[in-house]
Design a protein. Structure first.
Length: 121
């Protein structure tokens, strides 16, 4: 839950029109959420399961906080769980891991332009 809250705070912080007090409050929430997530990091770079690690990586990347976090061990942990068929287990795990490994978060989807599908008849 903290990961999703961090992504929402980080996204909201990027919007214009905040008063100094509002911006400071958002910045404090981002910093606190980032710190809370980083406290859960394990020695192998994971944050528990593949699911929680993928969400943590996405959240930490979206926060732009420069707290002591090296993403490489987390990337290695996630990569080590890739199956022979290319997935990371089930659909949900794959859905969460792919944006993390590409240095993106699900928040970036809103900035992605997709061409309409071409239908040949």
């Amino acid at each position: 839950m903290t990961c999703l809250a961090l992504e929402a705070f980080a996204c909201h912080m990027q919007k214009e029109g905040h008063s100094a007090a509002q911006y400071y409050s958002l910045q404090k929430m981002v910093w606190n959420a980032t710190s809370k997530i980083l406290q859960r990091k394990k020695d192998d770079g994971s944050f528990g399961s593949v699911y929680s690690t993928a969400l943590a990586v996405q959240a930490l990347m979206s926060s732009n906080e420069t707290l002591e976090w090296d993403p490489e061990p987390s990337f290695r942990f996630l990569s080590s769980h890739q199956q022979r068929n290319g997935s990371f287990g089930d659909f949900l795990a794959t859905y969460q891991v792919l944006p993390a490994l590409s240095g993106r978060s699900l928040l970036h989807l809103r900035n992605t332009e997709c061409n309409p599908p071409r239908v040949d008849r």
